[in-house]
Design a protein around this ligand. Structure first.
Ligand code: XMP
Ligand code: MG
Length: 181
């Protein structure tokens, strides 16, 4: 499976512990509410599944899929909606759940769009944050791990649709980019 291309950055137990902490914080912040968690497909699917199972408040779920154009590893800033929400969010407490904030372009675009639909509140929870790569200012309300500027895969994240199934977050070594995917 080419494991030599991968270096574990965040182990299963480290992720498990942090997801539990995030869920505890979110449960406290939304006490008495039933937030609508919006997963950004596809990368957030593993994180979202683990997060909701650790919440102690009830929640509802929906998904969006956005396309950020560019190469397999870099966004160029043009974002488009591939799959929109299943219904209106007017009056809902919306929490966007994303795998990673990189340039910030995708999430600032999505926050602006969903914010225009009159939610009662709108926050963002991202598992990973590459702060050094911001092109536009963007701060998620909940962040699992700040990470260095390395391309990562696993725990939902992919390179050319590969590696999403890995239970750890791994750095994809440079050599792997030169090979066929
Ligand atoms: P922006 O740059 O808009 O991008 O914040 C967010 C999206 O870019 C993808 N991305 C990554 N995907 N490993 C990945 O598998 C990475 O290291 C990485 N960095 C950015 C991801 O789809 C995210 O939603
Ligand atoms: Mg993504």
């Amino acid at each position: 499976m080419g494991q030599d291309k991968l270096e574990v950055l965040l182990s299963r137990s480290v992720i498990e512990r942090r997801v539990w902490e995030l869920a505890a914080q979110i449960s406290r912040d939304y006490e008495g509410e039933e937030p609508l968690l919006v997963g950004v497909l596809k990368g957030s699917f593993v994180f979202l599944a683990d997060l909701v199972r650790n919440l102690s408040v009830p929640c509802r779920l929906d998904f969006v899929q956005v396309a950020s154009y560019g190469s397999a590893t870099k966004t160029c800033g043009e974002v488009a909606m591939v799959k929109d929400l299943g219904g209106p969010i007017c009056g809902c407490h919306v929490l966007i759940v994303e795998d990673i904030v990189d340039t910030g372009l995708t999430l600032s675009w999505l926050v602006k769009l969903l914010g225009s639909r009159q939610p009662a509140s709108l926050r963002v929870c991202a598992l990973l944050d590459k702060k050094d790569r911001r092109v536009v200012p963007f701060e998620a309300d909940y962040v699992g791990f700040p990470i260095p500027d390395r391309f990562v895969v696993g725990y939902g994240l992919d390179y050319g649709e590969k590696y999403r199934f890995l239970p750890e977050v791994c750095v994809l070594r440079e050599a792997a980019f030169q090979e066929d995917i």
